[in-house]
Design a protein around this ligand. Structure first.
Ligand code: SF4
Length: 265
């Protein structure tokens, strides 16, 4: 690995590195979780990712510091430990969050280092950023995992704090630029868990964007303890997760448009 240029000295703020993931892009992957997000989705299962500030969270009664400064060189040391697994499985590295695009310089440097070392790249992103920030990533990313959460902008804003126009414009630009896109839809009760909404999203993805693959992700309550550990209220109250039958019904509705639709990542 090269260590003598500015790419490898680029600094960023992350809060976790998860190895051997099989849910966030093709093959076996290492997921780098970056700190900071522009959205505040009510269902977010990583509330510790949202604030840029380094903070403390109670975990099983023990204080845990969330977030630390690092460099591309330090992250790459961990990433390259699993290179044989990436090679055998078609895997690589996924940058997640939080929102990767909140730290564009660090993210670009990290993706560049991955490609210099023959490591496949993916990003999980909201695309809630100016196109000038997104465009330089095009040659650096092998797979874009992008959410389409709701087709109605006001409903989108109500549940995430941000409207959807900029996000949808950016996903159209990515599609037209030929990016390899996988659309993901978190299926959230009282927000978008209806046949009509899922159908409309699938039509937008398949017919307007030309996307071939879509993942629908059932809402879960695994983030509950984190909110309590951060001293915050859990925004989703006691709403239950959609059951298997409902997810399968929604999957079929999406697939009826022609798109390949899977439940889960
Ligand atoms: S975009 Fe992702 S990380 Fe940001 S608030 Fe929403 S679910 Fe959480």
């Amino acid at each position: 690995m090269q260590t003598d240029n500015s790419i490898y000295n680029t600094r960023g703020r992350i809060f976790d590195i998860q190895k051997f993931s099989v849910h966030d892009g093709p093959g076996i992957r290492t997921i780098i979780f970056l700190k900071g997000c522009v959205l505040r989705c009510r269902w977010c299962c990583n509330p510790e990712s949202q604030n840029w500030e380094i903070e403390t969270m109670l975990q099983n009664g023990v204080k845990k510091v969330i977030g630390y400064e690092t460099t591309v060189a330090e992250v790459m040391k961990t990433v390259l430990q699993d290179k044989p697994y990436y090679r055998r499985s078609g895997g690589g590295v996924t940058l997640s969050g939080g929102e990767t695009l909140c730290q564009p310089e660090f993210a670009r440097a990290l993706f560049t280092a991955c490609h210099e070392n023959g490591v496949n790249t993916a990003i999980e992103t909201t695309l809630c950023a100016e196109w000038d920030v997104i465009e330089p990533f095009l040659p650096l990313i092998d797979t874009f995992l992008v959410d389409i959460k709701h087709m109605d902008s006001e409903k989108h804003r109500e549940f995430t704090t941000q409207p959807n126009e900029l996000i949808h414009e950016n996903i159209k630009k990515l599609a037209h630029a030929g990016a390899n896109l996988i659309v993901r839809v978190p299926v959230i009760p009282t927000f978008n868990d209806t046949p009509k909404e899922l159908h409309d999203i699938a039509v937008f993805a398949y017919e307007e964007l030309g996307v071939r693959e879509m993942h629908i992700l059932p809402y879960h309550r695994l983030g509950y303890d984190k909110y309590i550990g951060l001293g915050r209220d859990y925004p989703m109250g006691d709403l239950p997760s959609p059951d298997k039958d409902k997810m399968e019904m929604l999957r079929r509705i999406c697939a009826s448009t022609g798109i390949i639709c899977h439940i889960g990542g």
